[in-house]
Design a protein around this ligand. Structure first.
Ligand SMILES: Nc1nc2c(c(=O)[nH]1)N[C@@H](CN(C=O)c1ccc(C(=O)N[C@@H](CCC(=O)O)C(=O)O)cc1)CN2
Ligand SMILES: NCC(=O)N[C@@H]1O[C@H](COP(=O)([O-])[O-])[C@@H](O)[C@H]1O
Length: 218
């Protein structure tokens, strides 16, 4: 029986998608070992979810790095690069085969991406939009606003590979979400529908990647 794929999850917030993964692993529906949950925000509730599931956690703080550099564009860039290099070292110390970004609100620089690529660690991300639409933050709100003004009639969520260009990595799994007729669905109920779609997409998408990685090991 091949050993489960080792995975690290990166979060910044509530961790509802992390919880979906934790629950499916516990139910034997996802064959992976979650070796660590790491957050760039100390108050991320997802860290509490991981602790309850006896998964090692870590908080990696960018502010500490910013304080060691001048508050200039160059200083901030240097701080981010040092932060990312240490983030790579922290993650690689656990020897994961996969890193899953689930609401990780930090743009990863080559100082992170290159060491992981060299170590053949796959990095994937959950993004609440269709490929090429609403890259970056606040995608759900932006999609809802675009629908309200009649620019779009559907949105979606996707799991994609992580590359330097934010949210432009190869889509692995895409789920479309149609807007309801009448243009009267408020943001809160729309956001609930998006999150419900995300949970299923994360499980299916992570499952696809785990199978790919397992097959590569054979
Ligand atoms: N190089 C990449 N890094 C990340 C990717 C990616 O595809 N390539 N995906 C993200 C997740 N993400 C969208 O899915 C995303 C997260 C955060 C941001 C962003 O602008 N972050 C700001 C800080 C914003 C904040 O703190 O609220 C920043 O890093 O300066 C854009 C997209 C994970 N990283
Ligand atoms: N650009 C990345 C991004 O917007 N990610 C989004 O953060 C939320 C995390 O929710 P969670 O903490 O409850 O899993 C999710 O909606 C995810 O799509």
């Amino acid at each position: 029986m091949p050993s489960p794929i080792r995975a690290t999850v990166l979060i910044s917030g509530n961790g509802s998608n992390l919880q979906a993964v934790i629950d499916n692993v516990a139910e034997g529906k996802l064959d992976t070992t979650l070796v660590r949950v790491l957050s760039n925000r100390k108050d991320a509730f997802g860290l509490e979810r991981a602790r309850k599931a006896n998964i090692p956690t870590q908080y990696h703080n960018l502010v500490k790095y910013k304080k060691q550099h001048p508050a200039t564009p160059e200083g901030v860039q240097a701080a981010r690069e040092e932060y990312d290099a240490e983030l790579a070292r922290l993650i690689l110390a656990d020897s994961p085969e996969l890193v899953v970004c689930l609401g990780f609100m930090h743009i990863l620089s080559p100082q992170f991406l290159e060491p992981l690529e060299k170590a053949h660690v796959r990095i994937i991300n959950l993004h609440p939009a269709l490929p090429g639409q609403f890259n970056g933050v606040n995608a759900i709100e932006r999609a809802h606003a675009a629908w309200m003004e009649g620019s779009i009639d559907k949105t979606g969520v996707m799991i994609h590979d992580v590359i330097s260009e934010v949210d432009m990595g190869k889509p692995i799994l895409v789920k479309e979400i149609p807007f309801q007729k009448g243009r009267d669905e408020d943001l809160e109920s729309f956001e609930t529908r998006v999150h419900e779609t995300e949970w299923g997409t994360v499980i299916e998408g992570v499952g696809m990647v785990l199978k790919e990685l397992q097959a590569q090991k054979q």
